[in-house]
Design a binder for this molecule. Sequence first.
Ligand code: ZN
Length: 78
Amino acid sequence: MDGCPLPATLCQIDHAEDWCSGGPTDLKLLGPACQFHNRDRYRHPTRYIRRKIGADRWAFTYRNPRDSRNPRSARLRV
Ligand SMILES: [Zn+2]
């Protein structure tokens, strides 16, 4: 998770595709995420952007819904 200060040794294994919605437990789709980000991403999937950073690697960027530079939040305020 971009910007998360926790090292991978203190993280959980996160499914890139939501396991509760049928996402596979595939090494190519697993990665470390702290407990907060692991759960928050599933509670608020629209706040996270997934992008490929290697052959079998993914990264997530958090989008603050209150950030005016976020077009989605700007729409919600109108
Ligand atoms: Zn985190």
